[in-house]
Design a protein around this ligand. Sequence first.
Ligand code: NCD
Ligand code: ZN
Length: 347
Amino acid sequence: MHIEIRRPDDWHLHLRDGAALAAVLPYTAARFARAIVMPNLKPPVTTTDAAARYRARILAALPAVGPFANFTPLMTLYLTDLTPPAEIDRARASGIVFACKLYPAGATTNADSGVTDIRRIDATLARMSELGLPLLVHGEVTGREVDVFDRESRFIDEVLAPTIARFPALRVVFEHITTARAVEFVRTARDGVGATITPQHLLHNRNALFDGGIRPHYYCLPILKTEPDRAALLEAATSGNPRFFLGTDSAPHAQHTKENACGCAGMFTAHAGIELYAEAFEAVGKLNRLEGFASDFGADFYGLPRNADRIRLEKREWRPPASYPLGEGERLVPMRAGEPVRWELAT
Ligand code: NCD
Ligand code: ZN
């Protein structure tokens, strides 16, 4: 058995830099035509000039031949308290920056330079709204007193809903949503609000973190949630509602930084970045809805053309290895390491 779909895009991806970039990029480029590249490098990508240089490094890291050569990185800027509206003008004029990312300060990996209070960047958000540059949000509040499982819900009430109301024309992507509450919020929000969903949040609930012992390779942010949350996400992704689209949030970390007393947040999924979604959709008998979610709705949201070519997925089990190289002697442990993935990309 096989299916064919329009070639998909990844609307939320971490590519890193240097040797790690070169190591992980081919997995994405073999599957996806384009990806929205997250700017949380060290130091973060806060200017259009820095985004242009990062884009050049990504293109230089692409294998010159093979199925990878046509991959297009879509760059983003990392918003800080000090991002001036003039930077938004430069971003828009560049033709290479497609969105700006809001990391609440301290919310996740490399978010220390993020925004401390969204009202501080009102003038910048106003310019984004005017120029049609979407705001991508990591939707979690950060207060130490807030339960880690409640951070997304609290963000909706305290930050997202008021911001969407204050900027009625701002296009907003609620990134990697993880709760039934977020699904309901996006479904009923005004026009111009969308959301990405990761494969791990469609396939796993929070029990995966504690399956017979603590499982650092299932730790990502926002953290996996309950089974009813997972079911609501899967229902949304497979519903045909164009507000929900694919964003893997594939986030490579060296093995020893995850298998650690203070392990990093992030799961690597790019090696099976479309296959894992096929598995989730098949599990609820909705493979016919995969193409819209993976290949149509994100491009439509960003106002970009849908891809012209197609990919073929075969129903054939394969096992990702225990680890992949991450450059400079490092390794990373992919999702499903040593365990079966049920669909395979045909080459
Ligand atoms: C991401 C990373 O490692 O850059 N980690 C994660 O758990 N998703 C950052 C992010 O998207 O939150
Ligand atoms: Zn991310």
